[in-house]
Design a protein around this ligand. Structure first.
Ligand code: GAP
Length: 535
């Protein structure tokens, strides 16, 4: 992971936000290569899920044909949206504060191990990379018990780490917090709402208060009626949206995996309640296949169905698409995307008022005066099937993906070290990003073998033709072997070289990044040759 992080910075995939001022925790900027990669991922998602979807045919595994449309909603919305969606009351994590270090941690993210010495058992916690956890616990325990390195044998360590939320309440007095020197310095866990609050217009009091959206989904629900009224769309259909979301994460970490500002790619798919279990199955499989088609195949990717007690307040079925990111402990996976069966929770909440998630079936949540706790819009968000005349509230299947997590997973999967011949044919080690050509930042690089004999002029013409259609790179500096290396390291799938034979027969070589195979193509065919290989 360290190698990838350093490559990302060195070659311009990602930078820490406001880096020259020391950075801002949980915020990341995409550099010249990163912006292309992430945009290609979002474009692939939009094309495959929405724009390129053919509503006239029945896709493999889907119960029926269906339509797809898109939306682009605002980040700030009426505050009532978040009250009815449940985010105002329920969108929180538990945090603990350290009275000694004044630091704040997410309760379920503080990990540690029991250590015993001389009859005293303490729970030593650490906040570091998984591979350093054992060492760090050892060092902290030695320090706490005032021992030297050579005394490590006198300590007894429990096997396995666990997180703080797995300890019994009475065990918490024995916790050595990650940055404390004494035991029992952590407060009891407290709720912390993850929504960023801001103020709209000149009103600074609660009247002007608004929230930066923590998900793009709600913009779709509140526009359900607008979409129905402004198009001829019929259930089943999906609405897609890509956009920024914001969450005031307590401990952002693991590069861009948990950020405070990130992008989501969400679909709200509206269907008849009776058909919703089939649509749920369809979307689980369809979304998993999207990742495998783009190169996340293999053991590191999996689909995991949630246990009943893991389900969100609105969900009657959720599966996560997960990836074994290299920064996670062995055997652990991180969520890339959730596919949730949300029933009619959202449309009903925006119609009637916030529903009580503890009630089954769902009921309106009432305040102490017996009135709705948070009033809905009162607008009719039911759907009338004009063929059967049936009126109902559609059920929703929601495939909700993170563009930044997808980008990170594709980068992790692509990173390889292998060997390739240099200019003199000697095998040399190289770093190669095996990105799927569709999402690679540059599709091809064009080189003149040498800077003379008219080769640069021909190469620049080819570059100009390619540039009209694709993102390509021109390079005439350094030996050609080094130029290949530079492109391999950023995942450019094809390198096109103008050499002395070009001057004779108007052909160039194309080199494949992964197989290292080289073949000759007529100059006039270069654009179509590259184009047909990157779709
Ligand atoms: N509308 C449902 C929803 O927002 P979620 O599981 O909270 O569900 C969906 O978020 C996806 O958004 C996640 O699978 C993840 O890819 C991405 N995501 C959520 N929080 C994130 C964060 N703090 N940083 C980066 N991506 C995040």
């Amino acid at each position: 992971m360290e190698k990838l992080v350093s490559l990302c910075k060195r070659r311009g995939f990602m930078f820490q936000s406001s880096e020259i001022y020391g950075g801002l925790n949980g915020f990341w900027d995409y550099g010249p290569l990163g912006v292309e990669l992430k945009r290609n991922i979002k474009d692939a998602w939009w094309m495959d899920m929405c724009k390129g979807h053919n509503e006239l045919i029945q896709p493999e595994g889907s119960p029926t044909p269906y339509e797809m449309v898109g939306l682009d909603c605002t980040i700030l919305m009426h505050p009532q949206v978040w009250k009815c969606s449940g985010h105002y009351d329920l969108f929180h994590d538990f945090m603990v504060d350290c009275r000694v270090s004044k630091k704040r941690y997410r309760f379920d993210q503080v990990r540690g191990k029991w250590v015993e010495y001389n009859g005293q058992r303490i729970f030593v916690t650490v906040m570091c990379e998984p591979e350093n956890e054992d060492d760090e616990v050892k060092q902290r325990a030695l320090k706490f018990f005032n021992l030297r390195n050579k005394d490590v044998e006198r300590l007894t360590f429990d096997t396995g780490f666990k997180s703080l939320d797995k300890l019994a309440v009475e065990e918490r007095t024995s916790v050595l917090a990650p940055d404390a020197k004494e035991l029992n310095s952590l407060t009891d866990p407290r709720e912390f709402n993850l929504m960023f609050k801001t103020y709209v217009g000149a009103l600074s009091g609660e009247e002007g208060a608004a929230f930066l959206r923590p998900e793009t989904a709600q913009g779709i629900f509140v526009n359900f009626k607008n979409v129905l009224d402004s198009t001829r769309i019929r259930v089943p259909f999906g609405v897609a949206q890509v956009g920024k979301s914001f969450r005031n994460e307590i401990t952002p970490r693991n590069f861009t995996f948990r950020s405070r500002e990130f992008e989501q790619m969400e679909i709200e798919f509206f269907c008849h309640p009776d058909q919703s279990p089939q649509w749920y199955q369809y979307w689980r499989n369809r979304r998993l296949r999207w990742y495998t088609d783009l190169g996340l195949a293999g053991e590191r990717l999996r689909l995991r169905e949630h246990d009943q007690d893991e389900l969100s307040h609105y969900s009657c079925g959720t599966a996560d698409i997960e990836y074994a990111f290299p920064f996670l402990p062995e055997g652990e996976y991180g969520e890339l995307e959730g596919i949730a069966h949300r029933g009619d929770f959202d449309l009903r909440s925006h119609m009637e008022g916030k529903l009580d998630p503890k009630e089954r079936p769902l009921k309106l949540e009432l305040n102490e005066h017996g009135q709705p706790k948070h009033r809905g819009s009162g607008k009719d968000l039911t759907y009338r099937d004009d063929l059967t005349n049936e009126r109902y509230i559609p059920h929703v299947i929601e495939p909700s993906a993170g563009a930044d997590r997808a980008t990170l997973a594709f980068l992790c999967e692509a990173y390889h070290e292998d060997e390739a011949p240099d200019d003199s044919g000697q095998m040399q080690s190289r770093v190669v990003m095996r990105l799927n050509p569709r999402i690679a930042p540059y599709k091809a690089a064009v080189f003149p073998l040498v800077k003379k004999d008219g080769m640069p002029e021909i190469a620049k013409d080819i570059y100009g033709e390619l540039k009209k259609k694709l993102n390509v790179f021109y390079d005439e500096k350094a030996a050609v072997g080094r130029r290949y290396r530079r492109q391999d390291e950023i995942g450019t799938p094809y390198c096109i070289t103008v050499d002395s034979q070009t001057l004779v027969d108007k052909t160039v070589t194309i080199r494949d990044r992964d197989s290292l195979e080289q073949w000759r193509v007529k100059i006039d065919d270069v654009v179509s040759e590259v184009e047909q290989r990157i779709v």
